[in-house]
Design a protein around this ligand. Structure first.
Ligand code: HEC
Length: 163
């Protein structure tokens, strides 16, 4: 191998490594199968409740039902299972199963829900629409990163989100 060939070999090895890294950053391992049965059950229950609260919120926003927007925002905020109804053991199981970024995304969604409740109280429809959009982004961002085992259509979408 001459010097030029050696350089190219090193370069292509470096590219292969960096491609593996960036792919790793985009498509994280699905979280669900790593959870204990109890935690997974709680998470799914939370998700189903959040989805119906989001649908009701949409309806309330477009009809100017500010009190209902405030109430749904609060309900989503309070549904934070990762904060409530967990024993110390559950908490440890959770920390062991999910990456830090997952918890941060969940935390972010719940902060947005608090902002939504506030926008409802303020009777500010513009802020409600913007916050609702951000919340929808957070669903897609987390699902496209951590739930590709179930939501195949979201595979490869997470790099489009700046989350
Ligand atoms: C921090 C990550 C995260 C965020 C943010 C998130 N989800 Fe999820 N969601 C999950 C995980 C993980 C699952 C898969 C659970 C499992 O293993 O079955 C899931 C599953 C779901 C499901 C399927 C539930 C079922 O029937 O099994 C729905 C519906 C859902 N999410 C709605 C939402 C909505 C609506 C939002 C945004 C308002 C949202 N999620 C935000 C992590 C997230």
């Amino acid at each position: 191998m001459n010097k030029g060939q050696a350089c190219r070999a090193i370069l292509s090895a470096a590219i292969a490594v960096s491609l593996t890294w960036s792919a790793g950053a985009v498509a994280a391992e699905p979280v669900g199968p790593r959870l204990t049965e109890k935690l997974r059950g709680l998470l799914v229950k939370e998700m189903v409740e959040i989805e119906s609260a989001m649908q009701e919120t949409y309806s309330a926003i477009i009809q100017g039902k500010h009190d209902e927007v405030a109430q749904k925002g609060q309900a989503i905020h309070d549904s934070f299972i990762l904060e409530q109804s967990l024993t110390e053991q559950d908490r440890q199981d959770l920390m062991a199963a999910v990456p830090k970024e997952f918890l941060q995304m969940d935390e972010r969604l719940h902060q947005l829900a608090a902002s939504l409740a506030e926008a409802g109280k303020q009777q500010d429809s513009q802020a409600q629409v913007e916050t609702f959009n951000r919340m929808t982004e957070s669903c897609v961002a987390c699902h496209s990163r951590y739930v590709t085992d179930r939501f195949e259509g979201l595979e490869g979408q997470s790099n489009l989100m700046s989350w």
